[in-house]
Design a protein around this ligand. Structure first.
Ligand code: ZN
Length: 296
């Protein structure tokens, strides 16, 4: 059985064909230009390969996941120019004549890590990406977390002391929400250069503080058995360890269960992804599998 996968990001689409064991047999990167260029380029990739049983798409959002909605399968209110209210699912299904699994890019990454990576063997995990934006996907009780729409944890509010950090925040909707304070874009705007070029210790202390607040809130709201932090910004050396140390302080020993009260155990609770940059695309493969098997 072959499965197709698309990790549909805001800057690039990673298209891949995989066998049933999650091995990638072929892949290609398509730039996220206009929808009328990017979607046909993805279709051409799959036409060059043996037809998969289904294709899974993990997409940047927000997206419409309600099967009863007239805009199911659309990217909806994105500020990304040209992409607001873009139908992603129908053009792929019509051109390739296979079932399409569709979910958020972060839910796909959570799924990939749950099936093949750092979340294996657990029931409930959260995957947080800290890149240009901040997103969260989750597997809860062995199923992808949806609900009213899908989690938008990046837009939760966290304490922001303007005396310490006068930056007003980069979120076009909320200003100083979590994404507005701690995303790669927030760092770029606050420090005047891309996050990977920021070397000031205070900048990364602040980043660890915001992420630790986020992890604490996530821990209390979702009760995950593991929190995986991926994305470009999270690759910063020692950032995750600093988040662990600070989160442990914020959790303050409550409730008294080992990962939340002990730094060694916390190292197993708050981790980086184990699939490197493949969490999303391998998760999209699993979305394709689910489009055939319907287990999620
Ligand atoms: Zn926001």
């Amino acid at each position: 059985m072959l499965y197709g996968a698309i990790e549909a990001g805001g800057t690039k689409w990673v298209c891949a064909v995989s066998d049933g064991d999650g091995r990638l047999l072929a892949s290609e990167v398509v730039p996220t230009a206009k929808p009328e260029e990017t979607i046909p380029a993805a279709v051409r990739f799959f036409l060059r390969h043996q037809r998969p049983a289904a294709i899974g798409v993990g997409s940047f959002g927000p997206i419409d996941l309600n099967p009863a909605s007239p805009t199911y399968g659309y990217i909806t209110t994105t500020p990304k120019p040209g992409w607001a209210y873009t139908d992603v699912v129908s053009p792929l299904r019509d051109a390739l004549q296979v079932p399409i699994g569709f979910d958020t890019d972060v839910n796909a990454a959570a799924l990939g890590e749950w099936r093949h990576g750092a979340g294996r063997g657990l029931d409930t995990i959260a995957y947080v990406t800290v890149g240009t934006g901040i997103g969260m996907g989750a597997i809860v009780g062995g199923r992808i977390l949806h609900g009213l729409v899908h989690p938008e944890f990046g837009h939760t509010y966290i304490p922001h002391d303007a005396d310490i950090d006068p930056f007003a925040g980069s979120c076009p909707y909320h200003g100083d929400c979590l994404e507005g304070l701690a995303s790669g874009e927030a760092m770029r705007q606050r420090w005047g250069r891309p996050a990977e070029e920021v070397d000031d210790a205070w900048a990364w202390e602040l980043e660890a503080e915001y992420l630790a607040l986020a992890v604490t809130n996530l821990t209390y709201a979702l009760s995950p058995q593991r929190v995986i932090i991926g994305g470009g910004v999270a690759k910063r050396e020692s950032l995750i360890q600093n988040v662990r140390v600070r989160a442990l302080e914020l959790l303050a020993g409550y409730p008294e269960v080992p990962p939340l009260t002990d730094l060694d155990a916390m190292a197993q609770y708050l981790v980086g992804p184990s699939l490197d940059d493949l969490s999303g695309v391998l998760g999209a493969v699993e979305l394709a599998r689910d489009a055939v098997e319907g287990t999620l």
